[in-house]
Each structure stands twice: as C-alpha cells, then as structure tokens.
Design a protein around this ligand. Structure first.
Ligand SMILES: Nc1nc2c(ncn2[C@@H]2O[C@H](COP(=O)(O)OP(=O)(O)OP(=O)(O)O)[C@@H](O)[C@H]2O)c(=O)[nH]1
Ligand SMILES: [Mg+2]
Length: 453
C-alpha cells in the first residue's frame, strides 16, 4: 500500500484550466468522496463532468478522471481534476484533498514512483525534467529521444556485453585450461573493443550535448570602437550594452542568451583589444583575451571603413585551430577598403559578412551564416543518443576508464582482477539507468523536479 499524494500539476497563475493530481492507494476513494457528477459510476479512464464539494459547500465545476493502476504514470491509482485555472480554485481543491486524507507530494514524487514502480528507468525520469526545462526545440528533441529510451537501450546493450565478458572469465577461472584461456583472451579483446567503441562514440556526443544545454560560448572580439557592443545589442534585439563613439566604452564582459533557429548561443561582448596604459582598460583587455581563449565561436569585428591595421592582426592571431570563426566587416556605410577582400583570400574557410549595424544592414545574412555554421557542427542527425547530463557523462567516463584498465591487465594480472574491473564498469553503468543507484542519488535527482510532476 502506497500512501496517497496530491499536488497541483499546472503552473500557478491565471490560466484557462488548472490540474490537480492525486496518486496512491486511497486516490480513487478520496476523489469519489469529493466529486458529485452525473455519471452513475465513476468509470475507469473516462473524463467526467461534475462538481467538487467540501461537504455541502461547492468548491468548483470540474472535469475529473479516475484511472486505475497499473496503466497510469505512477502505475498506481490516479485521479486528475481539471478545474478553473487561477491560484484560488486549484489551491482550494488541493486543500480539500489534503483534508480528505492525501498528503502533499514532494518535488518529483510522481515521477519517482513511476521509476520505483518500473515504468521509467532513471535516465528516462531525468529526461522528463529536461523536457520540462528545455528552452529550445533542439534540446527538447534530445530529451524526448532519451525519454523514449534511446540512451537506456544503448546502455543495456553495453552492460549485456560486459556481463557476458564477466561470465566468460569466471568460467575459465573455474575450469583452468591453457587453450581455453587463449580463446578467452581473444574473445575478451574483441568484446572489450566493441564496448570501448560504443562508449567512446557516446562520449563524443557530450560536447554537442553541453552546447545544446548551456549554449555555445560565443565571443565578440575586435579592436575598440568597431561596433562590438552595437552587434551584441542588434543580435539580442535590446540595448544590453552601452554604445558610444568614444573608444574603450566596454570594460567588463557582458553576456546575453541568443536563440537562433533552435540553437542557443551564449553571446559575450568584450572590451576592445589594443595596447593601452589605462589600468582599468588594461584589465578589460586581459578579460577579452581570456574570453577569446575559451570561446567556441569567435565573432571578429572590423571597421570596414578603415584599413586592416596592426591591432586587427594581433586579434586575428588569437584564433585557435579548434574555434569556429566569422569575420564581420562593419561600418560599410562609411565605405569599404579593399583590405577585407584580401582577408577572404588569406582565410578561405572563414565566412566573412559585411554589415552596417547602425543601419540594420547585413544582420540577416550574419544570422544565416551563424545558423549554417552551427548546423554543420551540431546537427542532431545521427542515431546515437546525445549525452546532455553531466551525471551521465561522468558515469560513462568512469566506465570507460575501468575498461581501459581491464585491457591493460589481461595477460599480466590474474583474471580475477580483470573480471573485477569489468564488473566495476557494469555496475557504474547501472547507476545511469538506476539499477544500481543509491537512495541518496535518487533523492538528489528527484529534488530537481517541480512539485506535481
Ligand atoms: N557609421 C556607423 N557607425 C557605427 C556602426 N556600428 C556602430 N557604429 C558606431 O560606432 C561607435 C562605437 O560602437 P560600439 O558598439 O560602442 O563599439 P565597440 O566595438 O563596442 O567599442 P568599445 O566598447 O569601445 O570597444 C558608436 O558610435 C556606434 O554608433 C555602423 O555600422 N556604421
Ligand atoms: Mg563596446
């Protein structure tokens, strides 16, 4: 018998409808005790019209559904009440349910029950929260994929191979015989390679996962006064940074989130880089250089109306081989010198866009170039699930480490040691799906949820 929990499942605020949900062994009985409707009996999984009463007092006009477990989200009996939206009706109904014997659900408790009752595994439960929290279409797609079991299936496959390896080793420990041992090593080598490949290809997606989750670290770079802050403001569509004709306006790093066609960019405006004696500006320049080193994408801004100078060259020198870059030649309304055409010849792989930001010219082309560049590197097109959770990335890295150690050991160390390492990897991966997860870990994960989910 599970105790019965209740919570408001919709967001609090004025809304067309609000949903109050209840699950547990008493849910249906409590629901029936507060509902008066036309249907003769409270049919299973039907939506019924009626009223909620607190004894004689009318609380609200509602639709209600009684759902018998196990074909429910939690696998237990559930009741959902669809009442008027707005904070008062939902609160009044919740209070009535609590008074009638339910207790207030903890954060994520519905999903925790779904997990404990075997409806979802842990990575799927985590996907539920990621879906709720997703801010872009792309991160939503990845989480939905995970909820559908893409990651679970991959991990299951890998764990099965690992278990097979352990079994193989145990047999050859119990029945030692030279030939069998050689065969075991060959077989193990093949399996280990397969596991290593599977795990490595999963891990390779973590970079994309992080970008989907946190946004691509994008730094706007250039010498003073070329229009970096103007660019930040134009892309964000708001006056985020101070823009001024005096060079050296921006000193601190300024950030804004930009969502473009489902891609999230963490845009950072920086102080113009040049040799300066001003102590405050100097610190600003150092920060710009540090930001440039960490950037995944550099938006390098030039003043197209004046020649490409020594200062610009030094900024170009900051480019690192693994960074994506777009050259932006701004202020074309004041004329364009030929130097920038030569830039295209020197760096044929780097896209170059002409803009006049104050006139809103070239911005559409810049956005298109940006999206093109992002699609190249982060398309969600392959069949592999994408790792977005730091927890998953850590688990998989540790498992990979164990496999590596096991491979180093065989032939040199006793088979028992090899077996132990493989078992470690198997157990670690079980934490991802929740098969070997501790109570603390579960608490930690479900606390991230909102109440009512
Ligand atoms: N004519 C013209 N002026 C521009 C253009 N874009 C920006 N400006 C002007 O150039 C000046 C400097 O712009 P900012 O955006 O502050 O330049 P910045 O690169 O952030 O400068 P610092 O913060 O000092 O490094 C301002 O007066 C802008 O209005 C443009 O396309 N054409
Ligand atoms: Mg600025």
């Amino acid at each position: 018998m599970s105790d019965t929990i209740a919570a408001i499942s919709t967001a609090m605020g004025e809304a067309g409808i609000g949903i109050v949900r209840m699950t547990g062994s008493q849910a249906i009985q409590i629901g029936q005790s507060v509902f008066i409707g036309k249907a003769a009996e409270n049919e299973n999984r039907k939506l019924m019209y009626g009223h909620i009463y607190d004894e004689d007092k009318l609380i609200d006009e509602v639709l209600i559904s009684f759902m018998k477990g196990p074909h429910t989200y939690t696998r237990e009996d559930m009741v959902e009440i669809y009442c008027h939206g707005g904070i008062v009706p939902v609160r009044k109904i919740l209070e009535l349910l609590l008074k009638s014997g339910a207790r207030l659900a903890e954060a994520g408790e519905y999903t925790k029950r779904a997990f404990l009752n075997g409806r979802l595994d842990l990575s799927q439960a985590e996907a539920v929260i990621d879906i709720i929290k997703s801010k872009t279409d792309k991160s939503y797609e990845v989480s939905l994929d995970q909820l559908e079991g893409s990651l679970t299936n991959k991990i299951k496959e890998i764990r099965e191979i690992l278990l097979g390896m352990v079994a193989h080793i145990e047999v050859s420990i119990d029945f030692p015989d030279e030939d069998a041992e050689v065969q075991t090593l060959d077989e193990l080598e093949k399996n280990a390679l397969e596991v290593k490949e599977k795990i490595s290809s999963l891990l390779a997606t973590s970079d994309r996962g992080r970008i989907l989750r946190d946004g691509l670290n994008t730094v706007i770079l250039g010498k003073p006064n070329v229009g970096k802050s103007s660019l930040l403001n134009a892309l964000l569509g708001q006056q985020r940074a101070i823009v001024h004709e005096i060079p050296g306006t921006t000193r601190d790093l300024l950030e804004g989130m930009l969502v473009l066609e489902g891609f999230t960019l963490r845009l950072i405006d920086t102080a113009g880089i040049h040799g300066t004696v001003d102590p405050v500006e100097k610190i600003g320049v150092e920060r710009s250089q540090a930001a440039a080193r960490q950037a995944r994408l550099l938006l390098m801004v030039f003043d197209g109306s004046s020649p490409l100078g020594e200062e610009d060259e030094r900024i170009i020198d900051l480019i690192k081989p693994d960074q994506k870059i777009i050259f932006i030649v701004n202020k074309t309304d004041l004329g364009t010198v030929d130097d920038y055409k030569r830039l295209t010849h020197r760096f044929p792989d780097i896209p170059l866009v002409y803009t006049a930001i104050t006139r809103n010219e070239g911005l559409t082309e810049l956005e298109e170039t940006l999206v093109g560049l992002l699609e190249k590197g982060t398309a969600v097109e392959d069949i592999d699930p994408i790792l977005v959770s730091e927890r998953h990335i850590e688990i998989i890295s540790i498992a990979l480490e164990s496999i590596r150690r096991a491979r180093e050991m065989w032939g040199r160390e006793p088979l028992e040691m090899v077996s132990l390492e493989i078992r470690n990897a198997w157990e670690k991966l079980g934490e991802l799906t929740g098969e070997t997860a501790s109570e603390e870990l579960l608490d930690h994960i479900f606390q991230e949820f909102c109440i009512g989910k």
